[in-house]
Design a protein around this ligand. Structure first.
Ligand code: PLP
Length: 413
């Protein structure tokens, strides 16, 4: 048997049935009407936001909507956070539709088209500029439509977030302007009469090591101070990035966010005077919503091959690519997985859970231990709240899209 990641502690069992919020997984399937089904539990997100607030007093929290753009979830999160970070005009519209004030929406990401820049400038959204060329296009579009663009500068940091699953800074990168070229561009933005909003420094994702995050945040603060000093311009706002990870695999331990918060608070109290008036933000996706989601998929077939047992489910990597190990991971390892019902008498067997796609990479649980399961039983895959439905190749092989619900207690939002 191969190990599986830890099931988030937010889920309980009642009479052998997996509970998600105030109802069992099977009840949610009955209410939603079918499988495969993603269920996002708002109570878990609220808990993470409360933990952030407790650890990071005085620091703003932004939701990085690319982690999960399910509209009812975004609408429920919007009033609980201080801003939403988007990376396309579509996500920007989603943030506005969720009721977020345009001045609290920031738009990063390479390759913004002119019409996306125009939409953002028109709406009063802050653009986190990714290059000198993008800055000039934004300034020209602002002049053309008679609006003062709100412009921040994303810096490609000259440091890395160590131990992060996905590096987004350090060395040659398509993201942000290289640190040594940042100050002249800040001066250019200010001289051109734009509304300069400050700096954005994002060094990586999926870090579980508090020390690595503490070091990255200190480096980001120092870099913001250095660039601002060189430019001679105090930034109204500094986005220090995010990168908080969640435990996916066996032996992963959760992040100690209170340690990170304590260290940031002390770093901020000693910050360079040029940052005295700045608002500081941390932007999080996965850490806020990843553990809140469960992907429920029904067993369609059970078969034996060369002495191994395969459970074949109605879902697959076309909905939950990350669990198959094909979304930015080097070695395939098992996400946490269970059945939605346990009977005490069932004996545990070793099975491989595969999706319904006709490709060998569609593997959701590889040689995992599950209670003996039959056709019609339902498999729960955890950590499905971030980079699931919207980050998977849904058109691949022509199966229908998954159902998605956001719940709060016993209600569907
Ligand atoms: C993807 C992304 C995030 C969110 O990353 P998580 O790992 O989900 O927290 C935040 N900021 C930027 C700039 C991103 O590209």
């Amino acid at each position: 048997m191969k190990p599986t990641g830890p099931i988030p502690p937010d889920f309980q069992w009642r009479d052998g049935a997996l509970m998600i919020g105030g109802r069992s997984a099977d009840e949610w399937i009955a209410v939603a009407g079918d499988t495969p089904l993603f269920v996002y539990d708002l109570a878990v997100v609220r808990d993470r936001i409360a933990r952030f607030r407790a650890a990071f007093a005085g620091v703003s929290l932004h939701y990085a909507v690319k982690a999960n753009p399910h509209p009812p979830l975004v609408a429920a999160i919007a009033p609980l956070v201080d801003g939403i970070d988007v990376a396309s005009a579509g996500e920007a519209q989603l943030a506005l539709d969720a009721g977020m004030d345009a001045r609290r929406v920031s738009f990063a990401g390479p390759g913004k088209r002119d019409r996306e820049l125009a939409m953002a400038i028109e709406a009063g959204i802050t653009l986190n500029l990714e290059s000198e060329g993008e800055a000039e296009r934004a300034l020209a579009i602002g002049r053309g439509i008679g609006r003062t663009p709100r412009l921040a500068l994303r810096i490609n940091p000259d440091f890395e977030l160590k131990g992060s699953g996905m590096k987004m800074g350090g060395g040659a990168k398509p993201f942000g302007v290289d640190a040594e070229r940042a100050a002249p561009l800040v001066r250019r933005i200010v001289a051109a009469g734009a509304d300069y909003r400050g700096l954005h420094i994002f060094a990586g994702s999926q870090a579980l090591d508090a020390e690595a995050l503490i070091e990255a945040q200190r480096s980001a603060l120092a870099l913001a101070a250095r660039v601002s000093g060189e430019a001679g311009v105090a930034p109204p706002h500094v986005n220090l990035g995010g990168g908080f990870g969640i435990p996916h695999f066996a032996n992963d331990a959760g992040l100690d966010e209170s340690r990170v918060g304590g260290a940031l608070s002390s770093a901020l109290s000693h910050r360079d005077p040029i940052l005295a008036e700045a608002e500081f933000t941390i932007e999080l996706g996965r850490w806020l919503v990843g553990e809140a989601g469960v992907y429920l998929t029904r067993i369609v077939d059970r078969k034996a091959s060369h002495g191994e047992t395969f459970l074949i489910v109605d879902g697959g990597l076309h909905h939950q690519l990350a669990a198959s190990g094909n979304f930015g991971t080097v070695v395939r390892r098992n996400y946490p997985i269970s059945l939605t019902k346990y009977s005490d008498s069932a004996k545990v067997e070793e099975v491989t859970v595969v999706g319904c796609l006709c490709t060998p990479i569609d593997r959701l649980g590889d040689h995992v231990g599950l209670p003996e399961a039959k056709v019609g039983d339902v498999v729960a895959l955890y950590l499905a709240g971030a980079y699931g439905a919207s980050a998977s190749p849904q058109a691949f092989l022509g199966h229908p899209p998954p159902l998605e619900i956001t719940i709060d207690g016993t209600r569907i939002l």
